[in-house]
Ligand binder design. Structure first.
Ligand code: ARG
Length: 383
């Protein structure tokens, strides 16, 4: 067995079960690109501060580029015995370029490294989600434009309330999504402070330049408190909270469209391309994508609850429990992006059944309020 990077003082190797139980490479390899970005910024800073020679830095940067190429070409060997993404990349770099690679971890711990990677990853993920939100908003606006002037029954308590324009209703979702995007951007601003230099928890006595790495990685500034930097995960709690609210909005949209596609309502028909059938009932055409949008919101809430529960009993500073923070975040992002994309696709593939809607309008006294207002107006002429 290869000696672990941290194995200098260890006399025994870990058992296979422990190795398998504690590894995170099976999921945190997702962070590879951001890990490499962080390492490049760190190496450049070490060289500028005289903590590493220029030539060592150059071979590190070249080696890291080659590793990224290999990963993206599927030629990189991820090894569970190398535990996580940080040690996999560092060990391979050492195999490739030798001694200089060992200097890369100067004035750095995996504790501040993983946070740096994770924040960079989340920043990109937020941009991806915001783009998907915009895409759905566009689809809803188009649907509104295609159905200008179409009057539908508006509901409260799921009882007929007042007539409303369909675009009025569709644009309600557009507003909700706008706030969802706003929450994500707020969250990104608050998370955008650089943990690098916090090291394990207490910073370092070496003359590093945290402002240089922070700026190179596009952060607003370095984090102020090193203990805070490596312990908290509030940025992901906030991120997954925002995702949960988005998921709930989409779930409600899903519920409405599923209802409207039913025989009882019959207000909309999804095209075959966004419907699925039944294996036993030949007549069935089900709006499954929107049912799953509703259903998958459960996962997104579950991911948030996992994260909250994970952190609730942790003392300062870093605890290994925190390794469990990644999968819920990856899952939440993947799920929400899928929900947004499928909702947009569904919106592009439904027809509102004008005739059916028109025919339904006389039922339920939809104009009662207008009539009452008319009477009030009429009476007020007497004053
Ligand atoms: N894989 C770890 C995580 O994701 C990286 C940090 C490990 N630090 C440590 N001291 N064991 O949290």
């Amino acid at each position: 067995k290869e000696n672990k990077l941290w194995g200098g003082r260890f006399e025994q190797t870990v058992t296979d079960k422990v190795e398998k139980f504690t590894e995170s490479i099976s999921f945190d390899k997702e962070l590879y690109k951001h890990d490499i970005m962080g390492s490049k910024a760190h190496a450049s800073m070490l060289a500028k501060q005289g903590l590493m020679s220029e030539s060592d830095k150059d071979s590190i940067l070249k080696g890291l580029d080659e590793i990224q190429r290999k990963i993206e070409a599927g030629e990189f060997e991820w090894r569970a015995d190398r535990e996580d993404v940080h040690m996999n990349i560092e060990a391979t770099l050492t195999e490739m370029i030798g001694e200089p690679a060992k200097k890369l971890h100067t004035a750095r711990s995996r504790n501040d490294q993983v946070l740096t990677d994770f924040k960079l990853w989340c920043r990109d993920a937020i941009d991806r989600i915001a783009a998907s939100i915009k895409n759905l908003q566009v689809a809803l606006v188009k649907l509104a434009l295609n159905n200008e002037g179409l009057i539908v029954p508006g509901y409260t308590h799921l009882q007929r309330a007042q007539p409303v324009l369909l675009p009025h209703l569709l644009l309600a979702y557009v507003e909700q999504l706008e706030r969802d995007a706003g929450r994500l951007l707020d969250c990104k601003l608050r998370m955008n402070f650089c943990p690098l230099g916090a090291c394990a928890l207490a910073g370092t006595g070496l003359p590093i330049d945290r402002f240089m790495t922070s700026e190179a990685l596009g952060f607003t500034a370095p984090m102020r408190n090193s203990i805070d930097a490596v312990s908290d995960r509030d940025f992901v709690m906030e991120f997954l909270s925002a995702n949960s609210i988005t998921a709930i909005h989409l779930s409600r949209l899903g519920e409405e469209w599923v209802l409207w596609a039913s025989e009882e309502f019959g207000f909309l028909t999804p095209s075959d391309s966004v419907s699925t059938g039944s294996s036993i009932m030949p007549q069935k055409k089900n709006p499954d994508p929107m049912e799953l949008v509703r259903g998958k919101s459960a996962r997104v809430i579950g991911d948030l609850v996992t994260l909250l529960t994970l952190c609730k009993g942790l003392p300062l500073a870093y605890n290994r429990d925190l390794q469990e923070d990644k999968e819920p975040v990856f899952d939440s992002v993947k799920t929400v992006v899928g929900m947004l994309e499928v909702s947009a696709e569904f919106a592009q593939n439904i027809t509102f059944n004008r005739e059916r809607i028109q025919k339904s309008l006389p039922a339920g006294h939809l104009d009662a309020t207008t009539l009452a207002d008319y009477l009030v107006n009429k009476a007020s002429y007497c004053y």
